[in-house]
Design a protein around this ligand. Sequence first.
Ligand SMILES: [Zn+2]
Length: 113
Amino acid sequence: MNHEEAALKLGVDPASLAPAPLDPRFAEVWARMQREPPCSACGQPSRTSGVIRDRVHSPRWLDRCRNCFLATPPTLRRPLSRAITDIREAAAEVGLRAVLYTDEDGWQDELRG
Ligand SMILES: [Zn+2]
């Protein structure tokens, strides 16, 4: 899911978030992540930051802790099975054996353990 969908799923009101640059450079995002601002959803120290954009608000920072990030994983650009096949093929091309651990249900189950 994208940042806007993540905010919605986590119940984060964009109006409550700090204004962000329209299109921040990676260095700006990295600098924010290094400060570990409170998670926008639960208040724990965040591990990742991104920018949400909607029609109503100016760009806003969405900061997520580990658990909130894992509850709202980014959308893969290709199906997981295809990504795993690509990784195995790339590893084989350079003579490495890839051992990959996956869960058919995705990352959601990691939070239950
Ligand atoms: Zn959180």
